[in-house]
Design a protein around this ligand. Structure first.
Ligand SMILES: [Zn+2]
Length: 186
């Protein structure tokens, strides 16, 4: 598990007063531009379950095929958190072969903006329980970014995508990861 694009408030001031104080309960400071935290899972969990000698993969990030297992596309799972926080989990969607091909073919073309894929979330993401084996739909929010998980007919996944979750609890498993990142200016 690694992280990327983690930003913390720094030197962001209005009227001489820092706008975004770190939260008193957890010490996290929201990003000055309101961007979510980012936590990225490098590969689908199933990879760890395969003996390295038997592991036969094609591609990488964002398109990964694992022989005899399936096809995976990099997606973002956006989670809304209390106190104005949010976190984008970089995860994987296990998709059908045809969807994999279709996404691959449009990825770098204007048609990408209409890309819709359905699949199963490929990581266990603490502190959430293992997600139900339910189809989740991913759509394109921004042509420069991988697809975002947007909806599901499953109730548990729908809550994950639409509810606002307690920030301290959700960020706790990643506290070290997020706080070790140097503040970035951009
Ligand atoms: Zn807090």
């Amino acid at each position: 598990m690694t992280k990327s694009n983690i930003s913390r408030a720094s030197r962001s001031k209005v009227g001489g007063k820092s706008v975004l104080e770190p939260c008193t309960c957890c010490g996290f400071a929201p990003d000055p531009r309101g961007r979510p935290f980012s936590v990225t899972f490098e590969q689908p969990d199933v990879i760890d379950e395969i003996h390295p000698e038997l592991l036969d993969t094609w591609g990488g990030d964002p398109f990964l095929a694992v022989k005899t297992i399936g096809f995976f596309i990099r997606v973002i799972l956006p989670v809304k958190l209390t106190n104005g926080f949010a976190v984008d989990f970089g995860t994987w969607l296990e998709v059908y072969n045809e969807d994999f091909r279709r996404a691959w073919q449009t990825w770098n073309f204007p048609e990408y903006k209409d890309c819709e894929i359905e699949g199963y979330i490929g990581n266990l993401i603490p502190p959430f329980d293992k997600f139900p084996h339910a189809l989740v739909k991913a759509t394109v929010r921004d042509p420069e970014q991988v697809p975002y998980l947007t909806s599901s007919e499953n109730e548990v996944v729908t809550r994950l995508l639409t509810d606002t979750w307690p920030h301290a609890k959700v960020l706790a498993p990643y506290a070290e990861l997020l706080k070790s990142e140097l503040p970035t200016e951009s």
